[in-house]
Write a protein that binds this ligand. Structure first.
Ligand SMILES: Nc1ncnc2c1ncn2[C@@H]1O[C@H](COP(=O)(O)OP(=O)(O)OP(=O)(O)O)[C@@H](O)[C@H]1O
Length: 825
C-alpha cells in the first residue's frame, strides 16, 4: 500500500491547465523528489494532496484511504503535512498560537500549555525561536523553520516539503536533512520539491519529473545522470555553462563604497567597475544582506557611497542615480500581486511608456514589456495575468524583466535565482551578464556558492558584519567561497539557527490596553467630578453605564467583523430595527418582552447572515455589502414605525432598569458578554480561526481554517450583538424609534480602532473594546457636564482615532527596526 497515491489529477486555471492527468505514487519510508520547471505544476500537485487546491478531476488516497473532498484540516488529521513554498502562517498570531491552529487535535496542547509546549518542541528540534513572537516579527527564514517544526510535530505519515531550503542557509539545510532522514527511517513518506540537483542526490531515492502539467518521467535518482535529469526537466539538453567573464582591467569604477557601516555591518569598502559582477557571500546573518540594502539606501548607514562620483544617501537619491534594488522578499517587497505581468514589468518605466510623460499607451507598454518577458521565458497565460497567480519562479523572472528594462547604473540583487528552475537560472545569469556588458555594475547576494563562482568576477565573503575575504577570478571557486565563509564563522555554523529575540510575554491579549483605557476613563471622570460633582450622581452614572452598554455591544459586534478583515456599516441600522422590533413586544405583559428580545436578536442575526452571504458568496466588498443591508434594514425599521411608538410601560421600564449593587443589570450582562467574548477569542480554536482569517485569508485556509464559514459567522454574530445593542438602547429610552442608532456605526468603528484592533484584520480585544466604549461615553458625558458643544465631542473622537491609528504605526516601525538590527547582529 502506498503512503500517498494521486491518480489522474486535473486542475485548470483560467488560461492554464496546471495539471493534466497527473499520477504520483509515494511509498512509506522513501524520499520522493518532484522536479520540474517553474510553472510545471509541482506546487499545485502537492496543494491537491494537502487539500489546499481542489482538483477538477482525479483521486487522492493517503495510507490507502480515498478522500473525495480533501481539505488542509482533513489532510493534517490523517497524517499528511505540507510545508509550503511561502510560509502559510497568519502574521497576527504568535508562534505558539500558530501551533495550536496547525496541529491536529490528537497532538494539540491545551491553550494554557501552548507556549511552554512550543518552546520545548522548538528546543528539542534545536531551534531557538521564542513562541511568544508574533509571526509578523519573524524573518522569512524563521517562518519557514516554524512551519517545518509544526509539520514535524504532527508526526506525519506523509510529509510534503515544497522547496524548503530556498530560504535556508547551509546549516539549516543540514539540520532539515537530518530530520528528513530520521523520519524516512521511521517509515514516513517524504515528497520533496526542489530545483537543486545536488540536494536531490543527497536526500531523495526516487523522483517524478513534471513538465507543463504532465509527468514526463519517474524512476530512481541513482539511475540518472545530472544531464539526463536536467534534460527531463527542461525537455531539451541544456548548455550548463555560465556566461563568459569579460576582461575588466580597463573598466572605470561605477560604484564606490567607503567605510560603510550600520546595524550589523561595518567597515565595508569596495569599488565595483562598469561591467563587473560582484558577489556578496557568507553564512546567513553575517551582515551581507544589510550591507546590500544600505547600498540601496534602504537601511540607515554611515560612510560614503558614490555612483559615478556622485554621493548618494537614501533610497530616493539612490534610485535617481540609477541604483536598482531587487529584493529577495519577493512577495512582501517586490511584486504587486494583483497587478498584471505587464504592469509589474513596466512599473519603473512609466515615463518611457507614456506620451509626453503623462498618458500611458498600451502599444508602447507592450512593445517594451513583451520582449523582456519573452527573453526570460516567463510562463504566464498572457501579459494580463495577475502576477500573484504565477508560480514562484516565474514571479522572480518578472522581477528580473523589470530590472533589465531599466538599464540601471548599479543593480543590487538579493537571491536572484531563489525558487528558479535550471533553465531559467541560466537565462537569469545571461540577463545579468548582458546588463553588466552594457556597463551596469552588478552586486549579487546569494547563498549558492556554485552560482557565485560561475557568475561573479569577484566575491566578497562576509563574516560578523565585515568583509572577511575577497576572492578574485583566479582564486574563485565554490570550495573557496564556502571555505572562507565557514572558516570565518565557525561558531555561527556550529550553533543552531538563533534568532536571539524574545517576544513580549503577551497577556491573554489587550488586557494592558484595557487597563490603560480604564485608568484614563477614571481620570477623566475624576477630573469632571471635581469640576462638576453631579457627574458622580447615581442617576448620571446609571445613564452613563446604560449608554456604554449599547455602544459596547455594537462595538463588540463590529470587532468580530473587523478581526476577520471586514467592516460592518449596517450595525446602526440593525440597532434601529432591533429597537423597533422590541417595541412591538413592550406594550403587553413584561414577560412578553423576553420574546421581543429573542425576535430582535433573530432579526439582527438575519441581517448579519445577509451581510455574510453577500461578502462570502457574492464576493461583494464588505463596505458595499453592509451599506446595502444598512439601507434595507433602516427602510424596514421606518416602514414598521414611521413615527416613534411602542412606549414601554412603567413596570417594564422598572424591570429593564434593575440594578445590581447600583449597576444597571443591562450593563452587567454586557460585561459578561465581553468577558465571554474575550475568552472565546483568545482561548477557543474559533477565535484563532477568526484572527487568522483576518490576518491572511490564503494562509489561514492553508492552515486548515474554513475561512468562509468563519467570515459568515462573524457577520451573524455582529448582527446579533448589534441587535443586543438595540435592546440596551430601548432599556434607556423605552420607545420604539427608527431614527436612533445611526451614530453608533461610526462610534463602534472608533471604539474598535481605539481599542487597538487593526482595521486590516487579525487583531482585537473584547475587553479593551468594552473599556473603550466606556471611555468614549465618559468623554461624551464629561463634555456635556463641562458645557462643551456636540461639535467638540466629534472633534475629540476624531483626534482620538487619529492618535489610536498612529500608535500602532509608530510601534510597528520601531519593531521593524529592532528586527532588522537583531537579525543582522
Ligand atoms: N491560483 C492560481 N490561479 C491561476 N493560475 C494559477 C494559480 N496557481 C497556479 N497557477 C498556474 O498553474 C501553473 C502551475 O503552477 P505551480 O505553482 O504549480 O508551478 P510550480 O511547478 O510549483 O512552479 P515553481 O517551481 O515556480 O514553484 C502555473 O502556470 C501557474 O501560473
Amino acid at each position: 500500500m502506498s503512503a500517498l497515491q494521486l491518480t489522474g489529477i486535473v486542475k485548470r486555471y483560467p488560461g492554464v491547465r496546471a495539471l493534466d492527468g497527473v499520477d504520483l505514487t509515494v511509498d512509506a519510508g522513501e524520499v520522493h523528489a518532484v522536479l520540474g520547471e517553474n510553472g510545471a505544476g509541482k506546487s499545485t500537485l502537492v496543494g491537491v494532496a494537502a487539500g489546499s487546491v481542489t482538483p477538477d478531476e482525479g483521486r487522492i488516497a493517503v495510507l490507502g484511504r480515498e478522500y473525495p473532498a480533501m481539505t488542509p484540516a482533513v489532510a493534517r488529521e490523517h497524517g499528511l503535512a505540507l510545508v509550503y513554498q511561502t510560509p502559510a502562517l497568519a502574521g497576527s498570531l504568535t508562534v505558539a498560537e500558530s501551533m495550536l491552529l496547525l496541529l491536529p487535535e490528537q497532538v494539540r496542547p491545551t491553550v494554557g500549555a501552548a507556549s511552554a509546549w512550543t518552546a520545548e518542541h522548538l528546543t528539542r528540534l534545536g531551534l531557538d525561536i521564542d513562541p511568544e513572537l508574533l509571526v509578523s516579527e519573524l524573518t522569512v527564514r524563521e517562518a519557514h523553520l516554524v512551519e517545518i517544526a509544526a509539520a514535524l510535530a504532527t508526526d506525519p505519515k506523509v510529509l510534503v516539503l515544497d522547496e524548503p531550503t530556498e530560504a535556508l542557509g547551509p546549516d539549516e539545510t543540514a539540520w532539515l536533512f537530518e530530520r528528513i532522514r530520521a523520519l524516512a527511517a521511521n517509515g514516513t513518506a517524504v515528497v520533496y520539491i526542489t530545483h537543486r540537483i545536488p540536494e536531490l542526490r543527497q536526500i531523495a531515492q526516487r523522483m517524478t519529473v513534471m513538465r507543463d502539467g504532465r509527468v514526463v518521467g519517474t524512476g530512481a535518482v541513482a539511475d540518472h545522470t545530472d544531464e539526463q535529469i536536467v534534460e527531463l526537466i527542461v525537455g531539451r539538453s541544456l548548455d550548463t555553462t555560465f556566461p563568459d567573464k569579460p576582461d575588466l582591467s580597463a573598466a572605470a569604477p561605477v560604484l564606490t563604497v567607503d567605510s560603510l557601516g550600520g546595524d550589523g555591518f561595518d567597515g565595508i569598502t569596495v569599488s565595483v567597475v562598469a561591467g563587473e559582477i560582484v558577489g556578496f557571500a557568507g553564512v546567513e546573518g553575517n551582515g551581507q544582506r544589510q550591507a546590500l540594502r544600505a547600498l540601496a539606501g534602504l537601511v540607515r548607514s554611515h560612510g560614503r557611497v558614490t555612483v559615478r562620483g556622485r554621493e548618494i544617501s537614501g533610497p530616493a537619491a539612490a534610485a535617481r542615480h540609477g541604483v536598482a534594488f531587487l529584493s529577495g522578499k519577493r512577495l512582501q517587497e517586490a511584486v504587486f500581486g494583483d497587478l498584471s505581468v505587464r504592469e509589474n514589468v513596466g512599473a519603473l518605466q512609466l515615463s518611457r511608456m507614456s506620451v509626453l510623460r503623462t498618458v500611458l499607451t498600451g502599444a508602447r507598454e507592450r512593445a517594451l514589456v513583451a520582449p523582456a518577458v519573452e527573453a526570460l521565458r516567463v510562463k504566464a497565460a498572457s501579459l494580463e495575468t495577475p502576477v500573484g497567480t504565477l508560480s514562484g519562479g516565474n514571479q522572480q523572472k518578472v522581477l528580473l524583466a523589470r530590472a533589465s528594462l531599466g538599464e540601471p547604473t548599479v543593480l543590487l540583487v538579493e537571491d536572484p535565482t531563489q525558487g528558479v528552475d535550471a533553465g531559467a537560472r541560466l537565462e537569469i545569469y545571461r540577463v545579468l551578464r548582458e546588463l553588466a556588458g552594457r556597463g551596469t555594475a552588478v552586486v549579487v547576494l546569494s547563498t549558492d556558492a556554485v552560482e557565485l563562482e560561475g557568475l561573479c568576477d569577484r566575491v566578497l565573503v562576509f563574516s560578523r558584519g565585515r568583509i572577511q575575504a575577497e576572492l578574485t577570478s583566479t582564486s574563485l571557486s565554490e570550495k573557496d567561497i564556502t571555505g572562507a565563509a565557514v572558516l570565518a564563522t565557525e561558531e555561527t555554523v556550529a550553533a543552531p539557527p538563533v534568532s536571539g529575540r524574545r517576544g513580549r510575554r503577551r497577556l491573554l491579549g489587550g488586557e494592558t490596553h484595557a487597563a490603560l483605557v480604564f485608568v484614563l476613563t477614571l481620570l477623566i471622570g475624576g477630573a469632571t467630578a471635581v469640576h462638576s460633582p453631579p457627574f458622580l450622581s447615581s442617576l448620571n452614572l446609571g445613564l452613563l453605564l446604560l449608554a456604554t452598554a449599547s455602544l459596547a455591544l455594537v462595538s463588540l459586534g463590529q470587532l468580530v467583523v473587523v478581526m476577520t478583515g471586514g467592516i460592518d456599516l449596517s450595525v446602526g441600522s440593525v440597532v434601529a430595527l432591533s429597537v423597533v422590533t422590541a417595541s412591538f413586544f413592550a406594550t403587553g405583559a413584561p414577560a412578553l418582552f423576553g420574546l421581543g428580545v429573542v425576535a430582535a436578536l433573530a432579526v439582527g442575526a438575519v441581517v448579519g447572515l445577509v451581510n455574510g452571504l453577500l461578502v462570502t458568496r457574492v464576493s461583494l466588498p464588505p463596505v458595499v455589502a453592509t451599506l446595502v443591508t444598512s439601507i434595507g434594514a433602516l427602510g424596514v425599521a421606518q416602514l414598521l414605525r414611521p413615527l416613534p411608538g411602542g412606549q414601554a410601560g412603567d413596570t417594564l421600564l422598572a424591570a429593564l432598569g434593575t440594578t445590581v449593587a447600583g449597576v444597571p443589570m443591562v450593563f452587567v450582562v454586557v460585561v459578561l458578554v465581553a468577558v465571554a467574548g474575550h475568552a472565546l477569542v483568545r482561548r477557543a480554536q474559533m477565535g484563532r480561526a477568526l484572527r487568522a482569517t483576518g490576518s491572511d485569508k490564503v494562509s489561514a485556509a492553508r492552515m486548515g481554517v474554513a475561512t468562509r464559514p468563519a467570515q459568515l459567522l462573524a457577520y451573524v454574530v455582529a448582527g446579533a450583538l448589534a441587535a443586543g445593542g438595540g435592546i440596551a438602547l430601548y432599556a434607556q429610552t423605552g420607545v420604539g424609534d427608527a431614527s436612533v442608532g445611526q451614530a453608533l456605526t461610526l462610534a463602534s468603528v472608533t471604539a474598535v480602532v481605539l481599542a487597538g484592533a487593526s482595521i486590516f484584520g487579525g487583531t482585537g480585544s473584547a475587553l479593551a473594546t468594552l473599556c473603550t466604549a466606556l471611555f468614549l461615553q465618559t468623554i461624551t458625558s464629561s463634555l456635556s457636564f463641562l458645557s462643551f458643544s456636540l461639535a467638540w465631542q466629534y472633534w475629540i473622537q476624531g483626534i482620538l482615532v487619529v492618535a489610536a491609528a498612529l500608535v500602532p504605526l509608530i510601534r510597528s516601525r520601531r519593531r521593524r527596526r529592532a528586527v532588522v538590527a537583531l537579525t543582522t547582529a
